[in-house]
Design a protein. Structure first.
Length: 267
């Protein structure tokens, strides 16, 4: 009887393991479809839009003398019901007490609004849990300032949290808020870049960065970024448990957004 019970337990354990594997495979496939259908489509738009603009703008009937013009890619930080207020003049430094009006469109990049040498923590609240992303001005002042300003303006709210590909957690819009900023790219041996726990700024399609951030959760994610070393480091996370929990949620495949974001000085 004991032997039969042990055999039954092994079969149940094997079945549970198989179910977990199937669930993991299904989740990976959903992420692959999102990556192919969303990010690749986004990249295709980035490549096609300037060409299309050139064809439409060309009034010369002679193809031998025709010239092409290009238009900048126009992908808003937030659109439709997710869009916030607009600032049409120079961008002032936002209130830091949480009272600022949510703003998602700017005419100009912000000035330096953080304390030089300061570090902050951005806490993103979502329906499946919260996670904290550190930004350190001693690592990259430009990116730290941009991320803090967007957070104080509540621009990250209602933007997606995406686990679109293995080992990387993306937060923020793939568009821009009316501007991008240029900043120094990482230097040093490529195989030493983006250690697990890195917080990086995602490069914009047309160059520079626009505030979207990514957390490196594992070795495949690190290797993926090393294949395109334009991601700009801005912080490091020691404990990734809360980020992994959000990454593993089914909602992060397609529907998860930031509810609120809080900025606090790092201690």
């Amino acid at each position: 009887m004991a032997k039969k019970q042990q055999t039954t337990k092994r079969r149940v354990a094997a079945a549970e393991q198989a179910a977990r594997q199937q669930a993991a495979i299904a989740k990976a496939e959903r992420r692959r479809r999102l990556l192919v259908g969303g990010v690749v489509g986004f990249l295709a738009l980035a490549l096609i839009a300037p060409l299309t603009a050139g064809l439409i703008a060309n009034d010369d009937p002679d193809p031998q003398t025709a010239t092409t013009t290009t238009a900048p890619l126009d992908l808003p930080w937030a659109a439709g019901e997710q869009a916030g207020a607009t600032i049409t003049g120079p961008t002032p430094c936002p209130a830091t007490d949480g009272s600022e009006t949510r703003t998602t469109e700017f005419a100009e990049a912000p000035p330096l609004c953080i304390e030089p040498g300061a570090a902050y923590e951005l806490t993103f609240d979502t329906e499946v849990g919260s996670f904290t992303v550190p930004i350190d001005s001693t690592v990259n002042e430009d990116v730290a300032n941009l991320a803090a300003v967007l957070a104080w303006y509540k621009a990250y709210e209602q933007t997606p949290v995406i686990s679109a590909t293995g080992g990387l957690l993306w937060v923020g819009s793939p568009g821009d808020a009316g501007f991008t900023i240029d900043t120094a790219l990482p230097t040093g041996p490529v195989d030493e870049l983006y250690p697990i726990g890195s917080v990086v700024a995602i490069p914009a399609i047309d160059g520079g960065v626009n505030g979207a951030l990514m957390v490196v959760l594992d070795e495949p994610g690190r290797l993926l970024l090393q294949g395109d070393p334009r991601y700009v480091p801005v912080g490091m996370i020691d404990d990734l448990s809360e980020h992994q929990a959000v990454y593993d949620s089914p909602e992060s495949d397609t529907t998860l957004v930031v509810d609120t974001v809080t900025v606090t000085p790092a201690t």
